[in-house]
Write a protein of this length. Sequence first.
Length: 158
Amino acid sequence: MYLLRLGHSIRVAREACGLSQAELSERAGVSRPTISLLENGLVSDLGVRKVAAIADVLGLALDMRRKPLQRAPDAVRIACSAANVSHREQLSEDELVAALLSGHAPPNKRAHCRVVLEELPRNTLSGVFAQIAEMAGEARVLRGAAKLAAELDVAVPT
């Protein structure tokens, strides 16, 4: 989840600097596919040196902060817990986020995604969308959710 937030921040900063992915790649010494995977929340692991090189090119600082003691409820975790109640295989938080951003349910997890879109209370689903939108942008979440709803033949969540 943190790499998704990082990727969104990298994309926003890159676009603000007027750089293409290829230009950022060349300046940071990181491959363009890695930049693309990072910005789209699809990279599973990325070394701190690569992140630091990218951040340096974009004029961003990496810092460590203590987490606040009081946090908002983790809507994505709550949604996964609800979706997993009746299923042997578990839908992970990363799989749910990827499904809502890409518009495609993971293999063997269509029923889980249907539960999320059809059965979650509206305020919980809104919390899921808001949590993911913090990391990837609201428009991207809404597009992905609409595409996922169409794939599963369920009503588009609002």
